[in-house]
Design a protein around this ligand. Structure first.
Ligand SMILES: Nc1nc2c(ncn2[C@@H]2O[C@H](COP(=O)(O)OP(=O)(O)O)[C@@H](O)[C@H]2O)c(=O)[nH]1
Ligand SMILES: [Mg+2]
Length: 206
């Protein structure tokens, strides 16, 4: 028996969305990653006994713009990207202040597309392996507190907190679905749904 969860990666270009996803799926980091064009998804299949959970993570080019009405520019993401999304990983880079300042814009965009009450969101400060930061831990924590969402300091390069961040999103989805209760979702009980990473399948939707 297999079930599916759909997670979105959102945030500015070059903050490390694709690298985080690759780290999660392949458990490695590539220096020479290609910029994402349009939208694509990758999936990781978690197994526990007979049960399978397909974690489908959709990735997009953050700076996917169209020129409209002279100077104004709008981010355009195909509606297919948002359809049936259950969780969002909203990423900024700690060495790119602008990507942090754009988090609000991403939340506003998201609200236009989906019912935020129905999806789980985490805020991800990526590239935490780099010492010279433009965004502090406190600033990140305060922003997450403002939206009442969880905050993760990750590094796709070292792998720090990457699995934990995706596991949190999967847990929140399963809690919403009533498949596990919130006491099982706590850190102590991560094994309950810390299914083994199995077969992975790179996919492109368009
Ligand atoms: N030092 C460091 N570099 C990273 C990290 N994650 C991504 N990068 C680099 O940042 C650049 C943009 O990464 P990419 O995953 O393409 O970003 P995306 O546009 O958000 O998908 C690439 O050169 C990556 O190698 C990280 O955690 N630490
Ligand atoms: Mg990308």
């Amino acid at each position: 028996m297999s079930e599916k969860v759909k997670i979105l990666m959102l945030g500015e270009g070059a903050v490390g969305k694709s690298s985080l996803l690759n780290r999660y799926v392949d458990e490695k980091f590539s220096e020479n990653i290609q910029a994402t064009l349009g939208v694509e998804y990758r999936q990781k299949i978690l197994t526990q006994g007979e049960k399978q959970l397909i974690v489908q993570v959709w990735d997009t080019a953050g700076n996917y713009w169209v020129q409209c009405l002279g100077q104004e520019r709008f981010r355009v993401i195909t509606p297919i990207f948002y359809r049936n999304a259950q969780a969002v990983s909203l990423v900024y880079s700690v060495v790119d202040k602008n990507s942090f300042q754009q988090v609000q814009t991403w939340i506003d965009n998201l609200k236009d597309q989906i019912d935020c009450e129905q999806v789980s969101i985490v805020l991800v400060a990526n590239k935490c392996d780099i010492a010279q930061r433009e965004v502090t831990t406190l600033e990140g924590q305060q922003l997450a507190q403002k939206y009442q969402i969880k905050y993760f300091e990750c590094s796709a390069r070292t792998g720090a907190q990457v699995k934990e961040m995706y596991t949190e999103l999967v847990q929140q989805i399963l809690i919403r679905r009533g498949q596990i209760n919130s006491s099982q979702g706590g850190e102590k009980n991560q094994q309950n749904i810390q299914l083994d990473g199995g077969e992975t399948q790179p996919q492109k939707c368009c």
